[in-house]
Ligand binder design. Structure first.
Ligand code: SAM
Length: 429
């Protein structure tokens, strides 16, 4: 018999040790083990729930079972997390079965301790710890992330944000107006059991309020009439405001969510150059563009920091790799993968991309810079330095919440906008 606990531990081990996302690892696993596809939904739900509680589970392991999860290998660590999750949060496993499962993996404990796991109070786990450590354990985010958030927003605001990021994320859809009208798409969704309402700010964006599970494998998605894309990400193309005939460079283009949207808003009549350093991701972008019926993107594989153009672009988009704090709710595996030490490298990359963007853009042209993170280093500080050095103007953006550190720059935030956390700034060169 296949134990779901072992499957989840297997997948989480891979996610923790390899450069693969949770959803990617689940897809790989079930493409090999096709006979197990019926448990796929449960495996995803359990994996998300465990990752959103990883610090609580690790603390329980240390304090109740006396087992330090970081003294064992990644498979055992994740098996421990799964078993503790099942005992404490799902009451799904008998202590006897839990003990057998752990013992078989070489993790020795007794049924009395396992029974204690069921009743442990989270307040007791964090008693006596500092405020930052309490938040870090209770909401299961790395300490450095908590510190970054508290450096920008007050305690109540941060706690609301963390709480929202531990709940299922809202699904947003972009209607591909190159292929279908908004009303027709809404009728099509409704007739398939999906209730989605129009966003009040972005005319081509819908919020799914019921039936989101039906989107998996849905014909409207498969045929490129409707595209699953968070509202915050959709806002970028609207801020860029592409017009037919403009020359636009998207410097970090793959897998193409924003580039295909730019093409869509420009009625597929913009001259759009999509650059990316990753061949694999550009292949995905090519497939996406073809699926959405977008023809006008020229894809080029290169390091955009060295990209040269004979003429100047009207608009440039810089949507670089970042520390992804804003996606740690939707993709909680990022909490284990992204390290504070990554920040230095990311900021250098972002800065170098921006310097090139300024070179590529004509005077009076527009640069939009966006990230799915909230750190001041990667957002306001980086942009402020560049503004000061190059005299760029920050332009108004009609939606989102004001950045507390750079007024006209905007944030989309999980607990305010029901989106991923996201930063956008619009600059005139
Ligand atoms: C946040 S993702 C972009 C997402 C994309 N804009 C979209 O909407 O689908 C960042 C991208 O930057 C690319 N990248 C990283 N370093 C780069 C570089 N030096 N030159 C070009 N692309 C780079 C990565 O391969 C990755 O695809």
């Amino acid at each position: 018999m296949v134990l779901i606990e072992k499957v989840v531990a297997d997948i989480l081990e891979r996610v923790e040790t390899e450069p693969v996302s949770l959803r990617g690892a689940i897809e790989d696993f079930f493409s090999i083990h096709r006979e197990l596809v019926p448990i796929r939904g449960v495996v995803l739900a359990m994996s998300l729930a465990i990752l959103r509680r990883y610090r609580v589970l690790d603390e329980i392991s240390r304090h109740v079972l006396g087992l330090d999860p970081y003294s064992v290998n990644a498979y055992k660590r994740n098996l421990l997390r799964v078993v503790i999750y099942e005992l404490r949060f799902r009451e799904h496993l008998r202590a006897r079965d839990a003990m057998r499962l752990l013992n078989k993996a070489g993790l020795f404990t007794d049924s009395i301790s396992l029974n204690k796991v069921r009743s442990i109070d989270i307040h007791d786990l964090v008693k006596g710890k500092s405020y930052v450590e309490k938040l870090s354990i209770r909401y299961s985010f790395p300490r450095w992330v908590i510190l970054k958030l508290l450096a920008k927003w007050n305690r109540t605001f941060v706690e609301h944000m963390l709480k929202r990021m531990n709940k299922p994320s809202t699904l947003w859809l972009r209607i591909n107006t190159l292929k279908i009208g908004i009303e027709e798409a809404m009728r099509g969704l409704r007739s398939r059991g999906i209730e989605a309402i129009r966003d009040s700010e972005l005319f081509d964006v819908l919020k799914v309020v019921r039936g989101g599970r039906r989107l998996v494998g849905l014909d409207l998605v498969r045929n490129g009439l409707v595209y699953i894309q968070d509202k915050a990400s959709c806002a970028v193309a609207h801020v860029l405001n592409p017009c037919p005939g403009e020359l636009i460079v998207d410097m970090c283009s793959a897998p193409g969510s924003k580039a295909t949207h730019i093409a869509q808003l420009g009625q597929d009549k913009v001259l759009l150059i999509g650059l990316d350093i990753s061949h694999r991701r550009l292949i995905s972008e090519q497939k996406l563009a073809s699926n959405l019926g977008v023809r006008g993107i020229d894809l080029i594989m290169c390091d955009s920091r060295k990209f040269m153009l004979r003429t100047k672009a009207d608009k440039v988009l810089v949507d670089p790799d970042c520390s992804s704090i804003g996606k740690m709710g939707h993709s909680p595996e990022l909490r284990l993968k992204v390290k504070e030490e990554d920040l230095g490298r990311l900021v250098s990359l972002q800065r170098e991309l921006m310097m090139r963007a300024i070179d590529l853009c004509r005077r009076g042209g527009i640069i939009v810079y966006s990230t799915c993170t909230t750190t001041t280093e990667e957002n306001e500080a980086l942009i402020r330095n560049i503004i000061d050095e190059h005299g760029l103007e920050v332009e108004e953006i009609a939606f989102g919440a004001k950045s507390p550190k750079l007024g006209k720059a905007k944030y989309f935030l999980p607990h305010v906008h029901d989106t991923i956390g996201f930063f956008i700034v619009k600059l005139r060169v």
